[in-house]
Write a protein that binds this ligand. Structure first.
Ligand SMILES: [Zn+2]
Length: 469
C-alpha cells in the first residue's frame, strides 16, 4: 500500500535526521553503562544524562528528568539505577503512548573475543559494532529519532501524548522496576506501551513479538561427602559429588534432549500465532556445527516459544589445570529454565525442585538457592494499537510484519501489565538474527535502525490523528 502523501514529510524527516541519530547512538555506545553489581555507578549517571539531553533536544517534551527509585536491596546497599522519564501531554481526546527502552548494557566479557573494542563504536559492513549498539541503545535512539521526526514534520499537529521511560538496569534484572513504576506512575501512565527491546525476523522483515517465555533460574548445591578424599582410596565405593551431579542433571532431559520434568507445561500455539522458522533456519541462526542436530520435538515455534527448556549455565567444579585424584565433596550448578506462556513461573520452579529432590541419586544432599522468577507472557494482538502498529511497521519497512515469539523472557513486561492493566502493549525491536546481543561483536544493522525509526514515527503520526481512545 502506498504511503498517504500527507505522511511523506514524516518519512523525509526520518531520512534527514538519520545521520544525527547515528551519531547520537555512537556517543551512547562509548559510555560503559553496566548496571551489574560490582560495576561503577558513574557511567550509568553519564549515560542517563546523555539520554535525557537527547530527549530535551527533541523539543517535544514538557518534562525530562533523570530519576531513581527509592528501592533498596535487603542489606540496604543498592538503590535503583538512574532512569530517564519524559512526558508531553496529549491533545484533547488523543491517546498517550509510553515509549520504553533501556540505557544499561551487558558487561563486554572478554575483550579478546571482540573484533573491535566493545565501547568504541565502529561502522563495518552496514552495521554499527559495540556493546549496546543494538541492545538497547538502538531502542533509545529509535524513540528519540521517531519523536524528533514526527514533531518536526507535524509541528502542532503532533497530538499524541508521549511518555518515555528509559530504564537503567534491565540487563541486571530490573530490580527496582516495580517500585519505580509505583513511585512515578502518573508520569508514565499511557494507553499504549511500545517496548523497543526485541527482535525482527530478518533485516528485511519486521516482527511484532506476541509471546514470551518466562524464566526460572536457581543454583543447586549437590553434596555427597563431608570433605574431599583420595579417589584411589575411596573411588568406586564412596559417591563423589560430580558423579551425583551428572546423574541428577541427566534426568532433566530425555533421549531427544526434550525437557523430562513432570509439571513443566507446554502451551498450545494460538491458531493465528506465529509459525516460526524452519529447522534449517534454526540450525543456521543458532550456528550449529556441521552434523549437530537440533533437540526436542515438534515445530521450532513449539520448541522455542511454546515449550519449556532447561539449560545448565554454569558449574563450579575443579578446573582441569588443578585436577588431582580427589573425590569432590560438593558441586554447584546454575540451572536456567524457560517457562511456556500460560504457566506460572513459581509453579514451574516448584515442579523443577520436586523433580530434582525426587531424583537426587545415592541420597545426595541438595540445596536450592538464589532463585529468580520471571513470568511468561502472551500479548493480546486484537486491540486498535496492535493494528496501528502492524500497518506502521508494514509502511515503515516496506514489508508486512510477522508475529513472533521470543524464547527468552522480558520479565518486566508482566510487571508493566500489572501496573498499567488497561494499556495495550506492543513489543517491537531493533535486533535481527545477526545482532549478537549479550555476546562479543554485538552490532546494529543500520537499515533496520532506519526502518524501525520510520515505523515508529509513522505510528506517532497516526496516533496523533486517532480521536476515540
Ligand atoms: Zn535489552
Amino acid at each position: 500500500m502506498p504511503i498517504d502523501p500527507a505522511e511523506q514529510p514524516v518519512l523525509d524527516a526520518v531520512t534527514a535526521g538519520f545521520p544525527a541519530a547515528l551519531g547520537a547512538l555512537g556517543r551512547l555506545v562509548r559510555i560503559p553503562s553496566i548496571a551489574f553489581p560490582g560495576f561503577p555507578d558513574e557511567p550509568l549517571v553519564t549515560s542517563a544524562e546523555a539520554v535525557a539531553q537527547l530527549l530535551r533536544d527533541t523539543g517535544a517534551f514538557e518534562l525530562v528528568e533523570v530519576r531513581r527509585s527509592d528501592y533498596r536491596t535487603e542489606d540496604g546497599s543498592a538503590t535503583g539505577s538512574p532512569a530517564v522519564v519524559a512526558r508531553r501531554p496529549a491533545a484533547p481526546g488523543r491517546p498517550t503512548v509510553l515509549l520504553y527502552a533501556h540505557h544499561d548494557v551487558q558487561p563486554a566479557g572478554r575483550d579478546e573475543l571482540w573484533d573491535t573494542p566493545p565501547f568504541e563504536p565502529t561502522l563495518r559492513g552496514g552495521r554499527l559494532h559495540g556493546r549496546g549498539a543494538s541492545d538497547d541503545k538502538a531502542g533509545v535512539i529509535t524513540h528519540v529519532a521517531a519523536v524528533t521526526a514526527a514533531s518536526h514534520a507535524l509541528g502542532d499537529d503532533l497530538g499524541v501524548g508521549i511518555a518515555v521511560f528509559v530504564e537503567g538496569e534491565e540487563e541486571a534484572g530490573s530490580r527496582s522496576f516495580d517500585a519505580f513504576l509505583a513511585e512515578h506512575h502518573s508520569v508514565l501512565e499511557a494507553d499504549v506501551i511500545v517496548v523497543a527491546d526485541s527482535d525482527n525476523v530478518s533485516t528485511t522483515v519486521p516482527a511484532l513479538t506476541s509471546s514470551l517465555r518466562g524464566n526460572v533460574t536457581a543454583t543447586l548445591e549437590i553434596a555427597t561427602l563431608d570433605h574431599a578424599s583420595h579417589s584411589g582410596m575411596f573411588g568406586g565405593a564412596a559417591p563423589d559429588a560430580v558423579l551425583a551431579s551428572v546423574r541428577l542433571l541427566d534426568t532433566l532431559w530425555d533421549e531427544d534432549g526434550a525437557v523430562a520434568v513432570a509439571g513443566l507445561e507446554s502451551a498450545v500455539p494460538p491458531a493465528d500465532g506465529p509459525t516460526g522458522p524452519s529447522d534449517e533456519q534454526l540450525v543456521a541462526d543458532a550456528a550449529l556445527l556441521p552434523g549437530v542436530r537440533s533437540i526436542g520435538r515438534g515445530s521450532v515455534a513449539e520448541r522455542l516459544w511454546y515449550g519449556p527448556s532447561i539449560t545448565v549455565t554454569g558449574i563450579d567444579v575443579t578446573d582441569v589445570v588443578n585436577a588431582s585424584n580427589t573425590l569432590l565433596p560438593s558441586v554447584r550448578v546454575r540451572v536456567s529454565c524457560r517457562v511456556a506462556p500460560g504457566q506460572d513461573a513459581g509453579e514451574a520452579f516448584a515442579a523443577l525442585e520436586r523433580h530434582l529432590r525426587a531424583h537426587a541419586p545415592f541420597g545426595a544432599h541438595l540445596a536450592v538457592t538464589d532463585v529468580d522468577l520471571g513470568q511468561p507472557f502472551l500479548v493480546d494482538q486484537s486491540g486498535w494499537a496492535a493494528r496501528a502498529a502492524r500497518s506502521a511497521l508494514a509502511d515503515g519497512w516496506g514489508a508486512e510484519p510477522e508475529l513472533t515469539g521470543i524464547g527468552g523472557s522480558i520479565p518486566f513486561i508482566s510487571t508493566l501489565t500489572e501496573r498499567f492493566p488497561t494499556a495495550q502493549i506492543l513489543i517491537t525491536g531493533i535486533e535481527d538474527p545477526d545482532t549478537r546481543a549479550h555476546s562479543p561483536n554485538e552490532s546494529q544493522d543500520l537499515g533496520v535502525l532506519r526502518k524501525a525509526i520510520a515505523a515508529e514515527a509513522l505510528l506517532l503520526a497516526r496516533l496523533s490523528r486517532r480521536v476515540e481512545r
